[in-house]
Design a protein around this ligand. Structure first.
Ligand SMILES: [Zn+2]
Ligand SMILES: [Zn+2]
Length: 269
């Protein structure tokens, strides 16, 4: 894939080079994918999930959702596919809701025309590992129906290397600031031989930090009016072997101000 998403960082503190950015750096944990066969008790992207045996595997029956390439809606419901599983022990910088130490993201890999994002339809689960182990692990997980769907939104299983980093805003930089900094950003790009988005922004799979937007930001607000927090960015990376509709990204947001932790998603490419 031609898109360069690898966050390089700099051997310098960007706050020193561009003092106006001080305070805008955000901590994130990069989820660097590595092809392999992760187990159910490992953090992974597209890997098998530690799913409780007493809970049916999630399916999607949204009317009119369709699959490439013929844009036909399959009859009945479609099993969702695993997208991400994170254990708190692997992402210590990320704060889990009280009493939870696992995060699972699945989605229906079809295209959902009724949804604003017009892409896969995600579902998020916070769990406690010990609770799942107590009831046992669901063994009978339906395999993704390979062949029936284009692999646009079905990630291949990858182990992850969680890697903490500090990143700076890309699309989320206030426009006035962006304009004021542009000449000095260009100087730095020349000096380091790479674009700002490579040395300052993590436009890749990650938890926390800024969403890896490809386009203008579109931050969701929960029903009670709170601006939501960026939780996860899932992007098309070579190891995951999915294109996400022309190298798109899915961004998952959560509201921690509301006790039931409502979540929302955005997609762009
Ligand atoms: Zn669906
Ligand atoms: Zn809220």
């Amino acid at each position: 894939m031609p898109v360069e998403r690898t966050f390089t960082g700099l051997p310098y503190d960007l706050d020193d080079l561009l003092p106006e950015l001080a305070g805008l750096g955000r901590r994130t944990t990069l989820l660097l994918p590595k092809s392999g066969s992760p187990g159910v008790r490992e953090s992974s992207l597209g890997g098998p999930l530690l799913w409780p045996a007493d809970e049916p595997w999630p399916t999607c029956g949204q009317p009119g959702h369709w699959a490439w390439p013929d844009e036909k809606s399959p009859p009945g419901t479609v099993p969702m596919v695993p997208v991400a599983q994170l254990f708190a022990r692997d992402v210590p910088e990320f704060s889990f809701p009280e009493g939870r130490d696992m995060l699972q993201l699945v989605w229906c890999p079809l295209i959902h025309p009724q949804d604003q994002a017009h892409a896969a339809l995600p579902k998020l689960y916070w769990r406690r590992e010990a609770d799942v182990l107590a009831v046992g692990v669901l063994r009978d997980i339906p395999a993704p129906q390979a062949g029936e769907y284009e692999e646009e939104f079905t990630p291949s299983p990858c182990a992850v290397f969680p890697t903490p980093a500090v990143e700076y805003p890309n699309w989320d930089m206030p426009e006035e600031l962006q304009q004021a900094l542009q000449p000095r950003i260009e100087e730095l790009e020349e000096r380091f031989g790479m674009e700002y988005t490579r040395f300052a922004c993590a436009l890749q799979n990650k938890v926390g930090g800024y969403p890896a937007w490809n386009q203008q930001p579109d931050w969701p607000v929960c029903e009670r009016g709170h601006r939501m927090e960026h939780l996860l960015s899932i992007t098309a990376e070579e190891e995951l072997d999915m294109d996400m509709g022309d190298l798109g990204g899915m961004y998952i947001f959560v509201c921690r101000a509301c006790p039931d932790l409502p979540y929302a998603h955005r997609y762009d490419c």
